[in-house]
Write a protein that binds this ligand. Structure first.
Ligand code: NAD
Length: 481
C-alpha cells in the first residue's frame, strides 16, 4: 500500500511514533494509502531542519531562488498527467479539472513568484530639511508555517509555499490529512529542482495534532492558513498571545447577483460552473443565487435544464463533470442540509440525493442540488455547506439585492451579472467582500490581492501582498552632515 511519508530536510521519512492514518479514494470509498500521523516531535524535527536552512537560504541571491522556483514549476508541468491523476484519486475531482486547473495553477504559483521576487522592492523616504534618509529593508521572517485545506490540494498548498520561500523564508508545511498525496509528490520535485535541504519541510497528520503543533511552536513566527472559519478562529486564539503574524483565508457564502440586463447566455453557462465546479467545493463558489424578478422564472427553468445535463461519474471518466465529494463525513454533512431545507419548508427544485455510480456504489457521489429559498435568513443561505448545493431566490430592486448579498457573516467574493456600468460601480463599492467578479467568475490574475473580509479571513495574499506578508519591514534611518 502507498505510504505518504513526511519530507524533512530533503528526505522522505516515517513519523517518529510510526503511527498512520487511513487515506480514502473518494470515488470508490476505499482505503488506498496510509498517511504519516505526525505529532509535535515530527514538527520539531521539521522546524530544526528549517531553522538550520534559514541562514543560507535567506542570503541566497534572488536570481538563484528564482531559478529554483522556476525549475519546480517546470517539473510540475512536465509531470502534469501523473500529478493530475494523483489529485483526482485523492480528492475525487474530475481528472479533467485537475489537468486543466489544479496542476497548471500549482506550476503557475511557482513561476509567478519566481518572477515576482525579482521585481519586489521597498520604499525610501527622504526627510528633507532634517538631513536624513530612511529606507525600508524587507527581510524574510524566518521559519514560517503553511497549513492548507483539501478542496484544491496542490493549488492552495503551493499558493502559500511559493511566496514564502521566494521571499527567503524556510517552511514547515502541512497539507490536509484528507488529501496529502500531491503535497507528498512535491517533495521529490523540490529535490530534483535543487531546492536546498530544509527549505521546505512537509509534515503530514491531523489538524488537532500536527497542525496545532505548528501553530503553537514558539519559534515559528508566522502562520498562513486556509481552511474553515472555526479552525481559523481557533488558530487565531493560539497565535494572538504569541504575537505571530497571521494570514487567514477562511470560509465563504458568496452571492451571485443576476440582473435582467446581463448577457444571459454567458451568465447561465458561468453560473453552472460557479455553482458546481469541483462539486461546489471551492470557497469562491456562488452558493447564494439572487435573480431579478423579471427573469426569475426563465432562469429557474434554464438553470435546472443545464444542471440536469451535468454528467455525474467516476472522476477518471473523461465525460464526468461532477465527481465524488471528498469524504464520507463531508457527504453526510452536505446531505444533512437537504434535510435542513425540508424542515425549513424550502423547495428542492433539483437533486438532493446521493448517486449510485455503476461499479462504484461505495463512492461519495451527490447530485448537484438547487433549492429555492423563501428568504435570505434561513440556514441554507447563512451556513457554509461547501458542496454541490445552491439556493436561488428572486429580488425586486438593486438595494434589496445588495442588502441580501451583504447579510451574512462571510465576505469572501461576490459575482455581479449586469451590463449597466453605473450599477457595477455602485454595487462594487458597497459589496462587503474581498473580491467582486463582474460578468465573470474565478478569473484570476495572480498579481491581485486575494482574501476575504468579515469571517472570511484576515489579510490578503497574492502578488506583492503575499511577499509583504512573508517579509518583515525594518526602517533604517541615516543622518548626514
Ligand atoms: P479545515 O479548517 O478543517 O482544515 C484546513 C487545514 O487545517 C487542514 O490541513 C487541517 O488539518 C488543519 N487544521 C485543522 N484543525 C487545526 C488546528 N486545530 N490547528 C492547526 N491546523 C488545523 O478546513 P477544510 O475542511 O480542510 O477546508 C474547507 C474550508 O476551507 C471551507 O470552509 C472553505 O471555505 C475553506 N477554504 C477557504 C479558501 C479561501 O481562500 N478563503 C480556500 C479554500 C478553502
Amino acid at each position: 500500500m502507498q505510504l505518504i511519508l513526511n519530507y524533512i530536510n530533503g528526505e522522505y521519512c516515517k513519523p517518529i511514533d510510526d503511527k498512520w492514518l487511513d487515506n480514502y479514494n473518494p470515488a470508490e470509498g476505499k482505503i488506498y494509502s496510509k498517511i504519516a500521523n505526525s505529532g509535535a516531535e515530527d514538527i520539531e524535527k521539521a522546524y530544526k531542519a528549517a531553522a538550520d536552512a534559514f541562514p543560507s537560504w535567506s542570503e541566497t541571491s534572488l536570481d538563484e531562488r528564482s531559478r529554483i522556483l522556476q525549475k519546480i514549476a517546470d517539473i510540475i508541468e512536465a509531470n502534469l498527467d501523473q500529478l493530475a491523476e494523483a489529485e483526482s484519486l485523492d480528492n475525487g475531482k474530475p481528472l479533467s479539472l485537475a489537468k486543466s486547473v489544479d496542476i497548471p495553477r500549482a506550476a503557475s504559483n511557482f513561476s509567478f513568484f519566481a518572477k515576482a521576487i525579482t521585481q519586489f522592492s521597498s520604499e525610501a523616504h527622504e526627510s528633507i530639511g532634517l538631513q536624513s534618509m530612511n529606507f525600508t529593508l524587507r527581510q524574510p521572517i524566518g521559519v514560517v508555517g503553511c497549513i492548507s485545506p483539501w478542496n484544491l490540494p496542490l493549488y492552495l498548498f503551493t499558493w502559500k509555499i511559493a511566496p514564502a520561500i521566494a521571499a527567503g523564508n524556510t517552511v514547515v508545511a502541512k497539507p490536509s490529512e484528507i488529501t496529502p498525496y500531491t503535497a507528498y509528490l512535491l517533495g521529490e520535485i523540490c529535490t530534483e529542482a535543487g531546492l536546498p535541504k530544509g527549505v521546505l519541510n512537509i509534515v503530514n497528520g491531523l489538524g488537532q495534532t500536527a497542525g496545532e503543533a505548528i501553530t503553537k511552536h514558539p519559534k515559528i513566527k508566522a502562520i498562513t492558513f486556509t481552511g474553515g472559519t472555526k479552525t481559523g478562529e481557533h488558530i487565531a486564539k493560539i497565535a494572538a498571545p504569541m504575537f505571530k503574524k497571521l494570514s487567514l483565508e477562511l470560509g465563504g457564502k458568496n452571492p451571485n447577483l443576476i440582473f435582467a440586463d446581463c448577457n444571459y447566455d454567458k451568465m447561465l453557462e458561468t453560473t453552472v460552473k460557479s455553482s458546481f465546479a469541483n462539486q461546489g467545493q471551492i470557497c469562491l463558489c456562488g452558493s447564494r443565487i439572487f435573480v431579478e424578478a423579471s427573469i426569475y422564472e426563465q432562469f429557474k427553468k434554464d438553470f435546472i435544464e443545464k444542471v440536469s445535463q451535468l454528467k455525474i461519474g467516476h472522476p477518471m471518466n473523461s465525460e464526468t463533470k461532477i465527481g465524488a465529494l471528498v469524504s464520507k463525513s463531508h457527504l453526510e454533512k452536505v446531505e444533512s442540509y437537504v434535510e435542513i431545507a425540508k424542515t425549513e419548508n424550502q423547495n428542492i427544485l433539483f437533486g438532493g440525493k446521493r448517486v449510485d455510480v455503476e461499479n462504484f456504489s461505495e463512492g461519495y457521489y451527490f447530485q448537484p442540488t438547487i433549492i429555492e429559498v423563501k428568504s435570505n435568513d434561513c440556514r441554507i443561505n447563512q451556513e457554509e455547506i461547501f458542496g454541490p448545493i445552491v439556493s436561488i431566490m428572486p429580488f425586486e430592486t438593486e438595494t434589496e439585492a445588495l442588502n441580501m448579498a451583504n447579510d451574512t457573516k462571510y465576505g469572501l467574493s461576490s459575482t455581479l451579472w449586469t451590463s449597466d456600468m453605473n450599477r457595477v460601480m455602485r454595487m462594487s463599492k458597497k459589496l462587503e467582500c474581498g473580491i467582486v467578479w463582474v460578468n465573470t467568475w474565478l478569473n484570476r490574475d495572480l498579481r491581485t490581492p486575494f482574501g476575504g473580509t468579515k469571517q472570511s479571513g484576515v489579510g490578503r495574499e497574492g502578488g506583492l501582498e503575499a511577499l509583504r506578508f512573508f517579509t518583515e519591514p525594518k526602517n533604517i534611518c541615516i543622518t548626514y552632515e
